[in-house]
Write a protein that binds this ligand. Structure first.
Ligand SMILES: [Zn+2]
Length: 278
């Protein structure tokens, strides 16, 4: 950005702003294009500059969307009835921004809360404002709280839809409102509830590993083979020298010699088991 002050840039400040971050980042850009210049600013300068920049950004957004309304208000001090903003009875504030007329004139509140700045729903800057409001002031609450906090400063016609869109992408809210999926489970198979037979009559088998093991002086890879009784959950462990069919056949031979021949063995159809079966 060559121009140092965005508020001097006129109506072309918003399109393609590169405002990929938050709204404050956008305002920060307006303070002065070169960060090294900022050391010369006093705190008072910064606040007034920030306010002016904020008004410049918002004014630019409004001019882009509400040009006819602003023109009407300047010329006639009233809106056409065909304008979508007509029900909100907007007026131009002292800072030149289009503000919604509420019913809170006699309430001792800040001007922003009494007359919130009107913003179009489909503008990128509005989305940044919603995102920032939600992340900094209204998280992890839902749509209505975000809307209420936002209305202390801004009025977005049909803003709930925009807030829904932002909340849908908020990871914190998604994590908080995540619901455990309740899956209806089917009946257990007969061989898992057959309690009258000996252990390992119905068995499941699976392999795990590899692990490093020492053989003589060298380290070798080894795998484990786990046989589980489907009724009692008793286990039988064997060691495999590899994930090939021969190693698995050795393991199952040891298992059969020790525990007897099962009626049924369940497995995950691993390649070594299928080859061993052949
Ligand atoms: Zn959220």
């Amino acid at each position: 950005m060559e121009k140092t002050r965005w508020r001097d840039c006129g109506p072309d400040i918003c399109p393609g702003t590169g405002c990929c971050g938050k709204f404050h980042g956008l305002e920060g850009f307006c303070i002065g294009g070169k960060w090294e210049d900022q050391g010369k600013l006093t705190n008072q300068d910064r606040v007034s500059e920030l306010r002016a920049s904020r008004a410049a950004v918002l004014g630019c957004v409004q001019r882009e969307y509400y040009e006819p309304e602003i023109k009407d208000l300047k010329e006639w001090s009233a809106l056409r009835k065909t304008s979508p903003l007509f029900p909100l009875e907007p007026h131009l504030g002292e800072d030149g921004l289009l503000r919604a007329e509420g019913r809170l004139e006699k309430v001792p509140l800040m001007t922003d809360s009494k007359y919130p700045v009107l913003l179009p729903r489909d503008h990128h800057v509005t989305e940044l404002i919603v995102r920032e409001t939600h992340e900094n002031k209204a998280r992890p609450s839902g749509r209505e709280h975000t809307l209420a906090v936002m209305r202390q400063e801004f009025w977005v016609p049909k803003g709930r839809r925009l807030i829904d869109r932002v909340l849908k992408r908020c990871l914190v809210c998604r994590r908080v409102s995540w619901k455990e999926s309740l899956q209806r489970q089917t009946n257990r198979p007969a061989d898992r509830v057959c309690v009258v037979k000996a252990s390992f009559t119905h068995t499941s088998v699976d392999c795990f590993g590899p692990f490093s093991a020492k053989q003589g002086r060298k380290w070798v890879k080894q795998w484990g083979c786990l046989f589980t009784c489907l009724n009692s959950k008793a286990i039988h462990l064997e060691i495999l020298d590899g994930l090939d069919a021969d190693s698995f056949l050795n393991a199952i031979t040891c298992f059969l010699a020790r525990r007897g021949v099962p009626e049924r063995i369940r497995s995950d159809n691993g390649t070594n088991m299928i080859r061993a079966n052949k």
